[in-house]
Design a protein around this ligand. Sequence first.
Ligand SMILES: Cc1ncc(COP(=O)(O)O)c(C=O)c1O
Length: 389
Amino acid sequence: MTHESNDELLRYRAEFPILERTNYLISNSLGAMPRGVYGAMKSYADAWASRGVRAWEEGWWMLAAEVGVEIGALMNAAKGSVSTHPNVTSCQAVVASCFDFSGKRNKVVYSDLNFPSVMYFWEAQRALGARVEMVKTDDGIRVPIDRLLDAIDETTLLVPVSHVIFRSSYIQDAKAIVEKAHRVGAHVVLDTFQSLGNVPVDVTDLNVDFACGGVLKWLCGGPGTAYLYVRPDLGKKLEPKFTGWFAHQNSFAFETGAIRYTEPPYRFMNGTSNIPALEAARPGLRIIAEVGVERIRAKSKRQTARLIELAQQHGWRVNTPGIPEERGGTVSIDMPHSQEVCQELLNREILVDWRPRAGVRMSPHFYTTDEELERAVGAVGEILGERGR
Ligand SMILES: Cc1ncc(COP(=O)(O)O)c(C=O)c1O
């Protein structure tokens, strides 16, 4: 196991300005900004200012697909299978629009530990005929896999679930879910927001139908860019009803009437891409590719174990699995007065967040030192000590 003294990943700290000023334990929410984003934003502004409308054909039009290739490389996706979108909720809408809920196969199975925006979206599809079944957690940490698999039956159309649960960092058995879904003819929409960039994801090996997530957390890519992987064989035949001119075979013919779909990835896009967000995403994606998810995962397992150990020494409740193979990059600690503790940590430049039924979430990333973990937990001890006085 790697220890701090030979942690070569710490050399990347210099790439992230905020690490000079803060104890940055919040990459599960917003990854630190790479220094390279300043340059990326400047060249975006320069292209707009000096090339004007020509910037589209000189780079901007292709950017949505190019960034998709960079994201796809991190999850072993075939080239051209990843489209880019503004957020994960829109990715769900693209997927839903490929299907029809009016027939017998109209069931959607998901877990109450999904990210709420994703739940709100699927619940709203009841109005279009979807029968929605939410599988409930018993302990607030894990999704009961047997109940989830049982709920996926011959009438199931879609299974939108998180790979890593945002509240507890529990890693779901995506392989078992995909296998069961495929046995009964259902499709899985795997939300890899909380895994990609921290926990290895291999969409080809999983044989998953769809995978989606955003780049702003573990990929250090900033807000405004999400990705949607569609399995290549499905990508050739699906026809999203949430569509637009980017998905047309000949966008610049401005044809009237119904769409003639182009090939993926543009087939799954619709309107104009968010160019500044795509440009801002690239420096982070490049650093993650260079560091490598395997090395990030090894360090994350070690540091999350250390956080759990420190929290348990204080007797605080940990709402994250103890088994490393079941645990993503976040440790949720529900110490007494956790919401106020979170606020006080922020006042002290220790950046974490708080979520109901989770507690204070601490998320070290490849740029975190062991000393930062000790300091964060030490500060919590101090804050609680001061409150007790
Ligand atoms: C698992 C997961 N899915 C989705 C989201 C966000 O969805 P959206 O991109 O639609 O804001 C988050 C967090 O912000 C998340 O943790």
